[in-house]
Write a protein of this length. Structure first.
Length: 276
């Protein structure tokens, strides 16, 4: 159903033009299965990626455009893995909060540097403008694709697994109850103690600070490229469709808006149905 809705955004059976802007070290497999299906429907797909993005390969289902960046692939990959290890390790609550701060800043600076190389690549941007895309597909966790979509005046579709401090739900104007829905990595359940409720609420405030801290370089870059003062929230609020790779089996039920579509398992292998 999500693919059909996405196809309707791109146009009729004549085929549309889709620009794909994945984030470096992103979940490319989740996008690839969708792009293969869209290509089979006759849509033209152009993917732009930095030279350090090792997940992408040239293929018949899309045209791959590379751009140079002043970032080393090994450094970016090591920073991302180190941050992931800190978040997933079973450390006490305080340590899980304090450890990522410095690494988030480093990763944010690396990603902003890569994004700036794309947005200031005049030859590539002129090519993208002349192609006249119908939509941009991107991961908003690194809002580079959305900044580019605004510069090109093209509607955007987001594909993501989640967002710090549930910013995706806030930007999409979904109601949120921060003290009752357990935050990611807190270890809370649907039956939290009073102390866990307090920790959950405190973490919401800390997450807000971390997000503002991490996305500040992107706000400065977006303001410079778009030539007006903007925040990341203002940039992301232009997203037309949010494709969330999650569901309520592994998460907690929450009210969502009509433009949020759950596509968990879209990149899983198709197995034969079990016998009776």
């Amino acid at each position: 159903a999500s693919v059909l809705l996405f196809l309707s955004l791109l146009g009729s059976a004549s085929g549309g033009k889709l620009l794909v802007v994945p984030m470096d070290e992103s979940h490319w497999l989740s996008l690839r299965s969708l792009l293969v299906a869209l290509s089979q429907k006759g849509h033209q797909i152009v993917t732009v990626a930095s030279e350090v993005n090792s997940s992408l390969e040239a293929s018949e289902y899309h045209t791959l455009k590379r751009y140079p960046v002043p970032v080393h692939r090994e450094e970016l990959r090591a920073r991302v893995r180190s941050l992931g290890n800190d978040l997933l390790e079973g450390k006490p609550f305080r340590e899980r909060i304090a450890a990522p701060l410095e690494k988030v800043q480093l990763i944010s600076n690396l990603c902003t540097s890569s994004c700036g190389s794309l947005l200031r690549n005049e030859d590539l941007v002129r090519y993208l403008q002349s192609t006249e895309f119908d939509a941009v597909l991107t991961d908003p966790l690194v809002p580079c694709g959305q900044i580019l979509a605004l510069r090109l005046s093209v509607p955007s579709v987001f594909s993501l697994r989640g967002f710090p401090r549930s910013s995706d739900l806030q930007v999409a104007q979904c109601p949120e109850l921060p003290s009752y829905v357990p935050r990611t990595y807190t270890g809370g359940s649907g039956h939290m103690t009073f102390i866990q409720h307090v920790e959950n609420s405190v973490l919401e405030s800390i997450d807000s600070f971390l997000c503002s801290f991490a996305f500040l370089p992107f706000e400065l870059l977006a303001s410079d490229v778009l030539r007006k003062q903007v925040t990341v929230k203002e940039v992301l609020c232009h997203g037309s469709i949010w494709r969330e790779r999650m569901d309520f089996v592994f998460g907690y039920p929450m009210p969502v808006m009509p433009n949020i579509i759950f596509t968990e398992g879209i990149n899983c292998g198709k197995k034969k149905p079990l016998s009776q």
